[in-house]
Design a binder for this molecule. Structure first.
Ligand SMILES: NC(=O)c1ccc[n+]([C@@H]2O[C@H](COP(=O)([O-])OP(=O)(O)OC[C@H]3O[C@@H](n4cnc5c(N)ncnc54)[C@H](OP(=O)(O)O)[C@@H]3O)[C@@H](O)[C@H]2O)c1
Length: 280
C-alpha cells in the first residue's frame, strides 16, 4: 500500500476527481480483477472503465475485494455507442451498475458523439436524469469536438463536468482543451502515453534523463502540470507502480514547453467526426 498523495481537481459541481487514475481499455475481462487489484494496492483510487471495454464486472470485483470505502474510490464508466436512444441509455446505465456492483458511479460519460447517428442530445437527457437521481455524482462527455459541445450546451441544462479526449505530446488537441477550459469543463487526457510509442521520443528521453525519471513518468507529469486528468493503462505491475510515482518531481516551464512543442497532430485513435460505429 502507498500513502502517495494524489491531488484532486474540482469538477463544475464541486465533486473532486483524483488527477491520476487507472485506465482499463484493452484489459481482457478475465484479467481485469487481478490487474485492477494491483492498481488499488499501489494506491490508485480512480478507475476509468466503459461498457465498450466489457470489463466492468472485473473492475467491480476488484473494488469489492479491496475492502476500500466507497467514498475513497472514484469510478467512471461510459455509455456504449449502441445506446444513445433515451430508454436504451437508462437501461445500459442500470446494467453498468449491476456489473460494477455499485449503487452509484462517480462519473458517467457519453463515450463518442457519433455525429452521423445524431442522438447525443437525446442521450444527454438520459444522463441528466441519472445525475438528478444521484446514481452518477457527475456526468460528462468523451470525444466531443467544440461544435458537439456547443450544440449540447445550447440544447440542454447540465454543462458536462468533463470532456475525455485524446491528448498526449504528439496530439496536443489544444483547440478542444481551450473550449473545455472556457466552459469550466475539465479535460481528461486519454491515451496519455500515446499507447507507449512516444516514450522513445528523443526530447522526452533527454528530459527523463535530466530529472531522473522514466519517459512515462515525464509524460504523465507534463499532463498533470497542464492541469489535465490522466489514467494510464498497464497490465504490467512494475509499470502500474512506475506510472503512480509522478508527484515527487516538477518539470521546469522550459521542459513543459519543449514537450508541448512535440505536437504533430498524430492520433492513435479515431477522429471524433469520423467515428460513427454503433457496433450494431
Ligand atoms: N474515451 C475514449 O474514447 C478512450 C479511448 C482510449 C483510451 N481511453 C481511456 O484512457 C486510458 C489510457 O489510454 P490507453 O490505454 O489507450 O493508452 P496509454 O495509457 O497511453 O498507454 C497504454 C500502453 O502503454 C503501455 N505502458 C503503460 N505504462 C507504461 C510505461 N510506464 N512504460 C512503457 N509502456 C507503458 C501499456 O503496456 P502494458 O499494458 O503492456 O504494460 C499499453 O500498451 C484507457 O485505458 C481508457 O481508460 C479512453
Amino acid at each position: 500500500m502507498s500513502n502517495e498523495p494524489i491531488p484532486t481537481v474540482p469538477l463544475n459541481n464541486g465533486v473532486a476527481i483524483p488527477q491520476l487514475g487507472f485506465g482499463t481499455f484493452k484489459i481482457p475481462p478475465e484479467q481485469t480483477r487481478d490487474v485492477v487489484t494491483t492498481a488499488l494496492e499501489v494506491g490508485y483510487r480512480h478507475i476509468d472503465t466503459a461498457q465498450m471495454y466489457r470489463n466492468e464486472r472485473g473492475v467491480g470485483e476488484a473494488l469489492a475485494a479491496s475492502g476500500l470505502a466507497r467514498d475513497d474510490l472514484f469510478v467512471t464508466t461510459k455509455l456504449n455507442n449502441a445506446f444513445h436512444a433515451h430508454d436504451d441509455a437508462l437501461a445500459a446505465f442500470d446494467q453498468s451498475l449491476e456489473e460494477l456492483g455499485l449503487e452509484h458511479v462517480d462519473l458517467f460519460l457519453i463515450h463518442w458523439p457519433l455525429p452521423a447517428v445524431d442522438k447525443y442530445v437525446e442521450a444527454w437527457g438520459a444522463l441528466e436524469e441519472i445525475y438528478r437521481s444521484g446514481r452518477a455524482r457527475a456526468i460528462g462527455v468523451s470525444n466531443f469536438q467544440p461544435n458537439h459541445l456547443r450544440r449540447l450546451m445550447d440544447s440542454t441544462t447540465v454543462v458536462p463536468a468533463v470532456n475525455q479526449i485524446e491528448v498526449h505530446p504528439w496530439l496536443g488537441n489544444e483547440d478542444v482543451r481551450a473550449v473545455n477550459a472556457e466552459h469550466g469543463i475539465v479535460t481528461e487526457a486519454w491515451s496519455p502515453l500515446g499507447r507507449g510509442r512516444l516514450l522513445e521520443d528523443p526530447t522526452i528521453m533527454r528530459i527523463a534523463e535530466n530529472v531522473g525519471k522514466t519517459p512515462a513518468q515525464v509524460v504523465l507529469r507534463w499532463h498533470v502540470q497542464r492541469g489535465d486528468v490522466v489514467f494510464p493503462k498497464s497490465v504490467t505491475p512494475a509499470r502500474i507502480e512506475e506510472n503512480f510515482r509522478i508527484f515527487d518531481v516538477e518539470l521546469s516551464e522550459a521542459d513543459v514547453a519543449d514537450i508541448t512543442a512535440l505536437d504533430r497532430g498524430e492520433r492513435t485513435g479515431s477522429h471524433p467526426d469520423e467515428m460513427n460505429n454503433t457496433g450494431r
